[in-house]
Ligand binder design. Sequence first.
Ligand SMILES: Cc1cc2nc3c(=O)[nH]c(=O)nc-3n(C[C@H](O)[C@H](O)[C@H](O)COP(=O)(O)O)c2cc1C
Length: 353
Amino acid sequence: MAARLEPAASFQKLLDRPAPILALAPMQEVTDLPFWRLMTRYGGADVYFTEYFRVHADSNLEKWILESIVSNPTGRPAVAQMIGNDIPSLIRTAKKLQEYPVAAIDLNLGCPAPIVYKKCAGGGLLREPKRIDAILGALRDAVRVKFTVKTRIGFDSPEVFEELLPIFARHSIDLLTVHGRTVLEMYRSEVHYGFIARAVAAVRCPVLANGNVHSAAKAAEVLAVTGARGLMIGRGAIRNPWIFAQIRQHQRGEEITPPVGRDVLDYIGALYESVCTPGVPERLQVQKMKRYLNFIGLGVEPSGAFLHDIRRVTTRAEFFRVCEAFLDHGNAMPLEPFALALKQCDVMAGEHL
Ligand SMILES: Cc1cc2nc3c(=O)[nH]c(=O)nc-3n(C[C@H](O)[C@H](O)[C@H](O)COP(=O)(O)O)c2cc1C
């Protein structure tokens, strides 16, 4: 099967237009097909990145991730992300992926999970710029659709970033996403937006700024300080699926109407319906919902009581009882998450990855 042109063409249109590009970040076990579908109900992103395909000598494309590409319900380009370091396997996988309607192939240079970086994949590769150079050269030759990279600013220090930027520039990648933290900073530290601005100045391709964009106001600030062509948003979109629509509203100079408690309750209900698979035991479904609630809970109330209660439920009925106790109201929800809860959540995200 030949690579299809439509997703590539619509991605090109996105890259060419003047408005900022808004991407939904890849998030393992979160941004699957049902989640993508649900996001579109709230306005949705301009482009969607898949969870990463693991690439090694014996790897096959994970079927459930492939499903997001094949059935892409968003009407927007899908970018397939790969993680790995073995060049022949990466080339084989990139070629295989191009048989499906992908707009681009993305290489993960940021995953901070020790199990990944200890094998010198994901963020672990940032310790070996020469190896990155070789991988990018080989992939650039093999990828006929767009070729993109998602990176952090270093492994234990951002010093290496100055070495990485000319490598990214040399291989003519089509889009660079920069998560403004080192690998060892995981998700907790402040985001070093200055390094994202350095990338914008150093490469010719568009740059997406990533990290801690939680609101339309923050989005405008990050675009201004980095000069980036767009934003990639992860946890902020789980907590607040309206965020992409709110950013567009803000850019048009319109007032943002914050969702009220009941809107968030409806979102949680829709999420439960969307992401839970029929036939899976209720206990596991509730468990799965807790993964999303870790992030949604950041905007519910400042004391941590909501997350405390939600982590203890085991049944669907208890789950919704707690949600209703905190969210069955018509008061406006905060546009920014609460700082206290944010700290707790960062710990959980770090542990998860
Ligand atoms: C639960 C979770 C799973 C993630 N999985 C991936 C992944 O598969 N690939 C990737 O490049 N980044 C992954 N990330 C990192 C995000 O894409 C993003 O870079 C990071 O969360 C910072 O952006 P944010 O502050 O908007 O969330 C993951 C993050 C989280 C919280």
